[in-house]
Design a protein. Sequence first.
Length: 220
Amino acid sequence: MNGDRLARWTAVAAVLAVAAVAALISYRHAVDVVSEHGEPGTVGRLYPVTIDGLIVAASMVLLDAARHREQPPRLAWVMLMSGIGATLAVNLLAGLPSGWLAAIVATWPAAAFVGAYETLMLLVRASARRGAGAGGGTVPAAVPGDAETAAAASLRATIAAGNPWSNNQLAERFGLTRAQAAKVRETVLAGANGHGADSNADTPRPGARTPGRGFDPNLS
């Protein structure tokens, strides 16, 4: 476990370092291009944020969908692809006046930023999937709507474990009256066809004397 954690955090640190450097270079290229094409000053310095910010926003939407195991919105994919295309294009334009080789070199930081950021998102998604898989067997499919429903669900679990709750235990743990606890226990045990029932303080044991009945010597 410690080895996995070390590897994961080392990867995260490396990805963040690459993304930070690549983002800075890509930002400066974008400012130069935007400023030379009619948007100087403050506007020129803010304009690149709309490009890289679009990539970040779309990636976070896709991450949220992955964490909740939902179909990602098509718009998020469109925004992500548009942001990637725009940042690659603006960096290409920054180097193009010096030739195609310079254009390829200038485009690399943008590609590195996108690749590093998406790699980070893959790490986060994988971690979320592993966390969901580890807890999948213990999280109920639905949240019980009331105390009796919760008591019934808990009783079924204890029956499966071979040690079912007694009426007293159900009443104490879920704030039920004795009558409610008895009703829940009777219903659940009937549904289980008697499997998992065990002797407890609320269920007469074979051979025990029951009020209102005579003593049967055959049960001794």
